[in-house]
Design a protein around this ligand. Structure first.
Ligand code: PEP
Ligand code: MG
Length: 747
């Protein structure tokens, strides 16, 4: 068997490209291509299998096997040698296929007479499209050169498929990125939206996978890699880098200077690929490895390589991240991940956000919540599947994404959106009415906030004030520590926007899930119970004092309300309070105006504080129950852990009894009490909280309407009696009884 040369390979790619230029049906092209490949590779068989759905491959063209098997022979991912290639995303090469483990005999193809088998995946930047196979009668293993050559051919086929070259009848031949796809992810922010895909980082489109002149292409890739290296070095030289950014860029630099990377791309160019296609081929291989690596650190590094490949492609094609595409109306942002500052920049013009990664507590999720934009996280493969402008439905309630939905799905989805809009209208009509129950109890409904973007909701939602202003968000969206003057200005704007309504500023609550990018991360075995919130504030009071000063200056003579997070014992509250008094004294001695009045409160987020000495309740101006944390510590169930997060019901009677104890202790000392965890914004939960005696609830702005609407419909004394009866009956949770009772109440 004569050696296969690079020029053989180039000749084949050119012939493939030319076959594309001839107008014709997808099937004719595939047939021609299999015969070209068999001829060039000097094998008796060449077959192309394509995915008809994510689990099933279909024989779509063959030279050498029985033609009658085309579109008939199918196999599952992982089944037989072809299925194995697809699953692994790597070549399988054997001289004796029938003896190979997993070999599946397919009589209809006449395959048994072929001994040698070489299959390579047809894939494109993480998207598996099919398998390309050559087979011969002679029992021989294919050489490394032949494997590489076939790999390059498969790459070109993948690019051709992407360009729609093989589009034809049936699922396997259907054009890519045209079919409807349903992706199941997780809920980041509730709500439903219909819109069109807007890719945060659009894919670079490679239109020329095959190049005639390898020397020119090699010059191009060397030059582009040179530019890339300089740009990474420049980024590294920037002064304002924190440790993590530096670590990522160091990894970029390592890859950018990797000889192996450039060498592999040059070899592929020698075989006939264009510089762009060579970069994509490497990128595909990296993505493929990414899927197989369980180690989080290695996965991050492979992500880095992926990013770097994108940069290189942009240099080569001159396509910036701004492709000139116009943002569609009703854009739904689709991204692997996005930083809080970038998301804020898009702001409210987005209808929805879908992220391939992300978590409930991520900063992007916090921002999406503030902007009240439906968010789906962990939407597997969305960035590979979605194209700019694709129709998309985002179901934030269920964590579902319908990409390119068919009309029946879209129609029923629109009904859901219309129903939500209808409800919003109803809530808007209640905006200026109090949340007064049928038996005349009034519950104050406030909103939680943390970003400037939240403030317009104060007017729109009908909230009576801000019951929790999470000051850490202003720290989280920056990449450096904000300064006192900046913070003072922000807080002043918040108070201006509140126009005399109360705002409870919670001092910095960092640690646990909220890690500042510019602060040294603490390596703690259990950060939720670690050095966080007020514990940090008291141990390193510099930032706390700066923040207190900023608040005092922002108030500029107006009343001020400050609360300290995560107070676990009386002593902590006393210390935090005396820091505040000291700062007031200092401000006064500097001649600054101090607030007209000041309230200092504590967040009750650990069960211990409910049992604090009487002196604590006497000293605190108010107590706010941080139900998110309190619940996780009451039940010892991590609020960030999907497995246990919803395991225990907030309406569990043990928990309600515990909350009642807090209500009683505050009532006994005349200490104002509010509840500001997420549960305050869930109507049934809010009803139960009001029934056990809470009269101030602080929630997401979007929840004010639904909660008010329910409270205005019910008799609180009756709700309380329902809870009591459930307790006496030994129920675990008051929910079933409350639901049953609610069903009997008329609108
Ligand atoms: C809480 O724990 O309930 C709370 C309001 O604080 P955060 O959710 O910011 O921890
Ligand atoms: Mg908390």
């Amino acid at each position: 068997m004569p050696e296969r040369t690079e020029s053989d390979s180039r000749k084949l790619l050119r012939r493939l490209r030319d076959s594309l230029a001839v107008p014709g049906k997808g099937q004719d092209r595939l047939d021609r291509i299999t015969s070209l490949i068999a001829d060039s590779m000097r094998t008796e068989v060449c077959s192309i299998y394509l995915f008809r759905d994510p689990e099933t491959l279909e024989l779509c063209a063959t030279e050498g096997l029985n033609k009658s098997a085309v579109h008939q022979t199918r196999m599952k991912l992982g089944e037989g040698l072809v299925g194995r290639v697809a699953r692994l995303g790597q070549p399988v090469n054997t001289a004796n296929a029938p003896a190979e483990k997993g070999f599946r005999f397919m009589p209809e193809t006449g395959e048994e007479i072929y001994s040698s088998f070489l299959g390579v995946p047809i894939q494109r930047v993480g998207e598996k499209l099919g398998v390309l196979v050559v087979q011969s009668k002679a029992a021989r293993a294919y050489s490394e050169d032949e494997i590489d050559a076939l790999d390059v051919v498969a790459m070109v086929l993948a690019e051709m498929a992407e360009l729609g070259a093989f589009a034809g009848e049936g699922d396997a031949m259907g054009a890519k990125h045209k079919q409807p796809v349903l992706i199941r992810g997780g809920t980041g922010q509730e709500g439903a939206a219909e819109g069109r895909v807007w890719l945060h980082e659009p894919r670079v489109v490679v239109t020329n996978p095959v190049a005639d002149d390898p020397l020119t292409e090699i010059d191009r890739i060397r030059e582009a890699v040179g530019v890339l290296r300089v740009s990474v070095d420049d980024l590294l030289a920037a002064e304002s880098l924190d440790k993590d950014q530096k670590a990522v860029l160091e990894a970029y630099r390592m890859f950018a200077h990797s000889r192996g990377w450039l060498r592999r791309m040059e070899e592929d160019i020698q075989r006939g690929l264009s510089a762009e296609a060579a970069v994509e081929k490497e990128q595909s291989a990296a993505r493929n490895r990414l899927e197989q690596v369980p180690d989080a650190y290695l996965r991050d590094r492979l992500h880095d390589l992926d990013d770097l490949s994108n940069r290189l492609l942009r240099i080569l094609t001159g396509q910036g991240s701004d492709t000139g595409a116009e943002m569609p109306e009703n854009p739904v942002l689709v991204a692997r991940n996005i930083g809080p500052a970038e998301l804020l920049e898009y702001g409210r013009k987005l209808r929805g956000v879908v992220l391939e990664e992300g978590s409930v507590g991520s900063h992007a999720a916090i921002v999406a919540r503030a902007l009240a934009i439906p968010l789906v996280i962990n939407a597997d493969r969305i960035t590979t599947e979605a194209l700019n402008g694709d129709p998309i439905l985002v179901d934030g309630d269920q964590g579902l994404v319908h990409l390119r939905p068919d009309e029946t799905v879209a129609r029923s989805f629109r009904d859901k959106i219309a129903m939500q809009a209808e409800a919003q209208k109803r809530y808007a009509s209640l905006r200026d009415l109090p949340a007064t129950t049928r038996d005349g109890q009034t519950v104050a409904l406030l909103m939680n906030a943390g970003l400037m973007a939240d403030l317009p909701s104060l007017e729109g939602s009908g909230a009576e004030g801000v019951g929790l202003f999470r000051t850490e968000l202003q720290f989280l969206i920056r990449n450096r520590m904000p300064q006192r003057a900046e913070l003072a200005q922000t807080y002043a704007r918040v108070m201006d926007a509140a126009r005399g309504r109360p705002v409870a500023f919670r001092t910095l609550d960092i640690g646990s899930d909220k890690v500042l990018p510019y602060m040294k991360p603490q390596d703690e075995p259990n950060p939720a119970m670690g050095w966080r919130a007020i514990r940090v504030g008291l141990d390193k009071p510099g930032v706390l004092r700066m923040q207190l000063q900023a608040l005092l200056r922002a108030a500029n003579g107006r009343p001020l309300s400050i609360m300290f997070p995560f107070i676990s014992e009386h002593g902590e509250f006393m210390m935090a309070r005396s820091h505040t008094l000291r700062e007031i004294h200092r401000e006064r001695s500097l001649g600054h105006t101090v607030p007209a009045s000041i309230e200092i409160g504590a967040m009750l987020e650990t069960p211990s504080l409910a049992y604090a000495p009487q002196a604590f309740f006497d000293l605190a101006d108010f107590v706010s129950i941080g139900g998110n944390d309190l619940k996780q510590f009451f039940f010892a169930a991590d609020r960030e852990n999907e497995r246990v997060r919803k395991r225990y019901d907030t309406l569990n009677l043990s928990f309600l009894s515990f909350l009642e104890l807090v209500v009683q202790r505050c009532a006994a000392s005349g200490t104002r009490l509010s509840f500001c965890g997420e549960d305050a914004g869930r109507p049934i939960e809010a009803l139960a909280l009001a029934a056990i005696g809470l009269r101030v609830l602080s929630m997401r702005p979007a929840s004010v309407g639904p909660v008010k609407s329910l409270l205005r419909r019910v008799d609180l004394a009756q709700a309380r009696a329902v809870i009591e009866t459930a307790r006496t009956a030994g129920a675990e949770s008051a929910r079933p009884a409350l639901m049953e009772w609610l069903a009997t109440q008329q609108d």
